[in-house]
Design a protein around this ligand. Structure first.
Ligand SMILES: [Zn+2]
Length: 105
């Protein structure tokens, strides 16, 4: 998908349509996006991330990359930020959308 670098958009701070510069937000890692969910026992179980005794049958399985559900999603969500040229404040879309490729033209 291609998108222009500058678009006209409603600014919630100026309360009118102004020119906005489009930026792609840097993708956050799991730990920085949700710091409170870090290393819960139930989440890390079954993903090969737990520490402790034994290997829990890991080496009798095929490697994770060869398992069925690996790399099922071919697209990624794009997180866009809009910088108002009038008040220099940043706003964002409520939800990202999925595309294989994203380009700012
Ligand atoms: Zn504004």
């Amino acid at each position: 998908m291609k998108m222009p670098k500058v678009i006209n958009r409603h600014c919630p701070y100026c309360k009118k349509h102004t020119e906005h510069k489009v930026e792609v937000a840097k993708a956050k890692t799991r730990s920085s996006a949700r710091p409170l969910s870090r290393y819960s026992r139930s989440r890390t179980n079954g993903r090969g991330l737990t520490k402790g005794m034994g290997n829990k049958g890991k080496y009798s399985m095929p490697p994770i990359k060869k398992r069925k559900m690996m790399n099922k999603k071919m697209s990624k969500k794009v997180d866009l930020r809009f910088l108002c040229s009038n008040c220099k404040k940043m706003s964002q879309k409520t939800e990202g959308f999925r595309t294989k490729k994203f380009e700012l033209v």
